[in-house]
Design a protein around this ligand. Structure first.
Ligand SMILES: Nc1nc2c(ncn2[C@@H]2O[C@H](COP(=O)(O)OP(=O)(O)OP(=O)(O)O)[C@@H](O)[C@H]2O)c(=O)[nH]1
Ligand SMILES: [Mg+2]
Length: 446
């Protein structure tokens, strides 16, 4: 790890009351003292006022700064945070003065990467910081904060401890080769293996919703032409995004927009109405609809309230393999809008049922996460899923090796591999390429 002094704007550029600059590195105080006058680093963590100067001595801004002494800072290094006035000029000029004084521009995520290198946070916490910055729905924020509080790290650590305990138990057993079974009853080892397999399975079962929580669930609105799909799309978004007319076949292409329903993130898609189109453009649109339907997490199938389902609609509902909500639309025009089982009755015009539909969407796509009041620890990335899967496979392989009567020492290599896979998830020792990939998605200044 390089330990030169890095500097960056932590806030986005543009007109604002204040902007925040950060510098970090062993010589951060020396660099800061060349730009800020007066400058003091003790006692630390005190807001102080100073003038920021350019290399030629010109006053650039009147600022507040806080000096953090190592290791009690975000990065674990001496760090200075400088609040300048916002706008396009002051923050950039102060940043340039810091460069002239010996700092260099930080790479994306480099502050967080240093925090990891200095043991302030683990890889899961670093990921959680990225997730928190990217969060658009309250459920994403809850999950990110729980992960930042080491919720997932603690759970994985505990599992790793269990694997290591089991390894120790075996090592103890190996020390007594002259006895038939050694001092450790085989039943005790079997029970430990079963419990591990089960716990890893439970954790893996959270990954589908956990990953969906980061990406947003794909909710696709489908139905015949003129069923009120685009109107519903607009009502769920709370803005007129898609064109609505009384002409069937208005929507020709799929339109996707992010939406928050019941506190959960969705990628909401309006599609072209499904029917036997003769028009070439319309047919292409319907092909797009079908592709979206195939990858949907949940489908909102729209049929006007108060009419019987046509055979093609009934067939769609019968044959679909995706979780589908039957949405009865335009409820304001019919008096007989009593929902049948599993239906949601809505009116895009009056707003009736739209909130209920949002709640239905949340519980359909995030069944576990929406059901518990507490934040359930969940695997939120494919990286977590593949490592935990590997750990479970190794435990299964260990059990098989024991059943086949393989030498204990050989069987135990599977336990070692399982422990390593779990260690990798937390990122106690992480390979450079995993880190490069993660931090490339961060903003400069984080
Ligand atoms: N009264 C009433 N009319 C509605 C409602 N929702 C949609 N409509 C009307 O139904 C017609 C079709 O609405 P759209 O939202 O364009 O329907 P669509 O399913 O997107 O249609 P296509 O894009 O052509 O497939 C328009 O004239 C809307 O004003 C509703 O809740 N109540
Ligand atoms: Mg439409």
């Amino acid at each position: 790890m390089r330990n030169d002094v890095i500097a960056a704007l932590a806030t986005p550029p543009g007109r604002a009351a204040v902007a925040l600059l950060r510098i970090s590195g062993p010589d951060a105080f020396a660099v800061a003292s060349r730009v800020l006058r007066p400058f003091a680093d003790a006692p630390p963590r005190m807001a102080r006022r100073a003038r920021a100067h350019s290399a030629s001595g010109e006053t650039l801004d009147d600022v507040l700064y806080v000096a953090y002494a190592a290791p009690a800072s975000y990065t674990g290094e001496p760090t200075v945070e400088i609040s300048t006035h916002g706008g396009l000029l002051a923050p950039v000029e102060v940043l340039e003065a810091l460069f002239a004084a010996g700092a260099r521009l930080a790479l994306p995520g480099e502050f967080t990467r240093r925090a990891m290198a200095n043991g302030k946070i683990d890889l899961l916490q670093a990921e959680a910081i990225g997730d928190l910055v990217d969060a658009t729905a309250p459920a994403q924020r809850r999950a990110a904060i729980s992960q930042l509080d080491r919720g997932l790290s603690a759970r994985i650590s505990a599992l790793r401890e269990q694997v290591i305990d089991l390894e120790a138990l075996l090592a103890y057993d190996i020390d007594f080769p002259e006895e038939d079974h050694g001092p450790v009853p085989p039943a005790r080892i079997d029970a430990a293996v079963r419990s591990l397999e089960e716990s890893l399975g439970h954790l893996l079962a959270t990954s589908q919703e956990g990953e969906r929580l980061r990406d947003g669930a794909l909710a696709v609105i489908a139905g015949r032409p003129n069923a009120g799909k685009s109107s519903l799309f607009n009502a769920l978004l709370g803005q007129d995004r898609a064109i609505v007319t009384e002409v069937p076949g208005t929507t020709r292409d799929a339109i996707e927009a992010p939406a928050v329903c019941g506190g959960f993130p969705f990628r909401l898609v309006d599609t072209a109405g499904l029917h036997d189109a003769t028009d070439r453009i319309e047919r292409l649109g319907i092909d797009v609809s079908r592709r979206y339907l195939a990858s949907a997490d949940v489908v909102l199938f729209c049929v006007e309230a108060g009419r019987a389902l046509a055979p093609d609609e009934a067939e769609f509902l019968r044959s679909t393999r995706v979780h589908t909500v039957l949405v009865r639309t335009k409820a304001d025009v019919t008096s007989a809008a009593v929902p049948a089982d599993g239906e949601v009755v809505v009116s895009a015009h009056s707003g009736l049922g739209v909130d209920a539909l949002r709640a239905t969407l949340a519980s359909a796509s995030f069944t576990r996460l929406a059901a518990s009041d507490q934040v359930e620890v969940a695997l939120t990335r494919a990286r977590h899923r593949s490592a935990v899967t590997q750990a479970r496979d190794e435990i299964v392989a260990f059990a098989a090796a024991r059943r086949e009567g393989l030498e204990t020492l050989v069987a135990a290599t599977h336990l070692h591999a399982a422990a390593t896979a779990l260690t990798d998830v937390i990122g106690i020792v992480s390979s450079e390429d995993v880190l490069d990939r993660l931090f490339a998605t961060f903003c400069v200044g984080k």
